[in-house]
Ligand binder design. Structure first.
Ligand SMILES: Cc1ncc(COP(=O)(O)O)c(C=O)c1O
Length: 378
């Protein structure tokens, strides 16, 4: 049996009848960037995420970059910092997609890497305060695989130390924690609609969620090179504009997101039920509703298991094989092996199993059965 990690062509068949006339309409009108389709998506997204403001941008990466800039972090927003030798610092987990830290560097600030919790794989709340210095400006937690990092505790630390909080919610649209979603407690939350995500565009797209009018206005301004009136720039922004085509596709798919999330959840629960105890299944902490962007197990002999599953027609992936503090491009920050032992260990063990809504329960059962066979349970 073939079990893919992603099956976008199958998903497309279910929305094709709505997407195609919509796209043709845009082509006829030659509506290219921003405009009504983006506004419609922003309104629907703000409603869906229960946030006051949603600002469509070009990608999740740009949502992070634009958020950091809107909160005045880094030398791009404070050019005098460039010559001072002093850099703003932003605390990020070391176990995440590159963009979390890459966007910090692109503002001229310095990422400070913190280890993760061994059960949830999210930032280790007990290690944040030790990483705070007089230069720390923000905490950037990541809601990895669809489970929110402990926001209440993060906000307490942030308030105590006068820090901004930007949530990397690129993998966590629709997630909840004690009834709060991304963007409810923090300064901003960033979403990605990259094609692999739970809600995806037909290319790159992203969104900033926030509650504060001033921050929303600044994001709007930075999205168009820092000037809302043409050719008059109050800030140094960039081109973070969202395409109309992407907005239209995401807007249509948004209507189906809850149905798709339910299917992910049901697949995840099925794995929880079936998988043998040789593998560690994800731990979802109390009060959290995980949206299972990925279903990631900790597996002994991970690489051999991966090859075995491949032979059985099952695609899997490793998110992530190397933590950020030891990435070559961050060598200048002085990180070394042993600094974040939990993340370093997890990189050897994690394996993402197929969990997309387009899969059938038969396929999930087959994956679980093959894993159990591998460990000698018939
Ligand atoms: C945790 C995380 N942060 C940031 C990003 C960047 O999003 P994008 O690919 O839309 O730029 C992604 C997705 O790729 C992600 O998974």
């Amino acid at each position: 049996m073939r079990v893919p990690l992603l099956d976008l062509p199958k998903q497309y068949q279910t929305i094709k009848e709505e997407v195609e006339p919509g796209l043709l309409g845009l082509l006829e009108k030659q509506q290219c960037v921003l405009g009504e389709p983006v506004k419609s998506l922003e309104d629907n997204m703000a409603r869906y995420c229960q946030c006051n403001y949603a600002i469509g941008v070009s990608s999740g990466t740009d949502a992070l970059l634009c958020s950091l800039m809107a909160l005045d972090i880094g030398s791009t927003m404070n050019p005098s910092q460039m010559n001072s030798g002093v850099q703003d610092e932003v605390i990020v987990p070391t176990f995440t997609f590159f963009a979390t830290a890459g966007s910090v560097v692109r503002t001229g600030a310095r990422p400070v890497f913190v280890d993760i919790d061994k059960d949830t794989f999210n930032i280790d709340i007990d290690k944040i305060e030790a990483a705070i210095t007089e230069h720390t400006k923000a905490i950037l937690p990541v809601h990895l695989y669809g489970q929110m990092a402990p926001m209440k505790e993060i906000m307490v630390i942030a308030r105590k130390n006068n820090l901004k909080v930007i949530e990397d919610a690129c993998q966590a649209i629709g997630a909840r924690q004690n009834n709060n979603g991304p963007g409810h407690l923090s300064d901003t939350a960033c979403l990605s609609f990259y094609p692999t995500k739970n809600l995806s565009a037909f290319g790159d797209a992203g969104m900033i969620l926030c509650q504060d009018e001033h921050i929303a206005q600044k994001c709007h301004q930075l999205r168009v090179h820092g000037g809302l009136d043409r050719y008059h720039h109050q800030n140094i922004g960039a081109n973070f504009r969202l395409d109309a085509i992407q907005a239209l596709v995401v807007d249509i798919k948004l209507k189906y997101l809850d149905i798709w999330q339910k299917r992910r959840l049901s697949h995840a629960h099925r794995y929880d039920e079936l998988l043998c105890s040789d593998v560690k299944i994800p731990r979802i902490t109390q009060g959290n509703r995980c949206v299972y962007h990925q279903y990631v197990i900790r597996a002994p002999q991970r690489d051999t298991l991966k090859s075995y599953l491949e032979e059985k027609g099952i695609s899997t992936a490793i998110f992530y094989p190397l933590p950020l503090h030891v990435q070559e491009c961050f060598a200048y920050l002085g990180g070394k092996r042993g600094d974040c032992p939990v993340a370093e260990q997890l990189c050897q063990e994690v394996l993402a199993l197929p969990v997309v809504p387009e899969l059938t329960q038969e396929q999930i059962d087959y994956v679980a059965g093959c894993i159990n066979d591998f460990y000698g349970h018939k």
